[in-house]
Design a protein around this ligand. Structure first.
Ligand code: GUN
Length: 341
């Protein structure tokens, strides 16, 4: 028996309608299928600052598109898409990320269910929860927030999730389909970065892309996706990691530099080419006695130092993180519509 916290409120459709006064252009020219296609500049924002890849602003645009899609489903007499999230333990960052996912669902009119377990939950119980979500026809997609406590094998959990409901895109079936250019749920952070490049119409064909960090959920899929045929891809990609001999020698060649190392302000100005597009995936908590919470958020890029050299740059917070949640919502809508499987 699951102890679930259903987050769906009857007012979700009302919230969604506030967001939904928006025209959707459904023609898509990119290599992955995305139901929406509104470039940032067409939205005519006065808040989108030049040179800043404004994740918060772009997320607001896409939330309106998603809310409009929910209202359209409602008009057809269908229910709203439903995302479930499993959160184990009390890690503050994980709680904040999952809280944000649940809140974003409500904003666009999706249903959400949060399932919480203490850090000492057994792997067996977690597998039972996964099996129950797999079998629940009311749940379109779900995620198990990572990292998990050490006594739980993350791989066993990932493998237990049905690929059709794996809106994180972590299951090897989705990863393999992605690598081969087949329809797949793309992992949220790389998907969010692709959307950012596409909506800001940043050219990628023939560009030198350097990705720093080879994690399974960001660096590795990012490098595969940007080297795929079509837009936003066709790039020449270098993947740097902890054993790379001279990281700066690579990053200085980058037309597009993607930092996903998890090390605060690792990328300094002297590692960046003049005019580069700089994408910062890092969200690091750095102790700061002067900050109200005793810490501040820092990216993997020294923003102050690098910004004057960059043609475009993402801020932290307010950059890639905002698009990661949006990507998860798009995947949930695709799961609901059965557009991938
Ligand atoms: N932990 C950090 N990023 C992610 C993510 O995208 N999905 C899940 N499930 N856990 C994460």
């Amino acid at each position: 028996m699951l102890h679930e916290t259903p987050i769906f409120k009857s007012s979700n459709f009302q919230i969604a309608s506030q967001y939904s006064n928006f025209q959707i252009n459904t023609s898509s020219n990119c290599f992955y299928f995305c139901p929406f296609d509104q470039p940032v500049h067409l939205a005519g924002s006065k808040t989108a600052k030049m040179a800043l890849l404004d994740g918060k602003y772009l997320a607001g645009i896409i939330k309106k598109e998603l809310a409009a899609a929910v209202v359209a489903l409602q008009a057809e007499g269908k229910r709203a898409p439903h995302l479930a999230a499993v959160l184990v333990g009390e890690d503050p960052a994980s709680q904040a990320y999952v809280g944000n996912k649940v809140k974003s669902c409500a904003e666009v009119g999706f249903q959400s269910t949060l399932i919480r377990r203490p850090a000492d939950v057994s792997q067996e119980e977690l597998l039972e929860i996964v099996a129950s979500l797999n079998d629940n026809p009311e749940i379109d997609g779900f995620i198990v927030q990572l990292p998990l406590p050490k006594h739980i094998h993350e791989d066993a959990i990932t493998l237990a999730i049905r690929p059709e409901k794996d809106v994180d895109g972590f299951h090897p079936v989705n990863f393999g389909r992605m690598a081969q250019g087949m329809p797949a749920f793309l992992p949220a952070t790389p998907f969010g970065i692709l959307e950012m490049l596409r909506r800001y119409e940043i050219p990628t064909s023939g560009k030198e892309v350097v990705v720093v960090g080879r994690s399974n959920i960001v660096g590795t899929p990012m490098s595969l996706l940007l080297s795929r045929k079509g837009y936003p891809g066709d790039a020449t990609v270098t993947l740097c990691h902890s054993r790379t001999k001279d990281i700066a020698a690579h990053t200085r060649r980058a037309d597009i530099l993607i930092a996903a190392i998890g090390s605060p302000e690792f990328i300094k100005a002297d590692m960046v080419k003049e005019g580069a597009v700089v994408i910062d995936v890092g969200i690091n908590r750095v102790e700061d006695a002067a900050a109200p919470r005793g810490y501040r958020l820092a990216g993997d890029v020294d923003f102050k130092g690098v910004e004057p050299k960059a043609s475009w740059i993402t801020p932290v917070p307010g950059g890639v993180g905002q698009l990661t949640v949006i990507a998860l919502l798009i995947n949930t809508l695709k799961a609901f519509k059965k557009e991938v499987f």
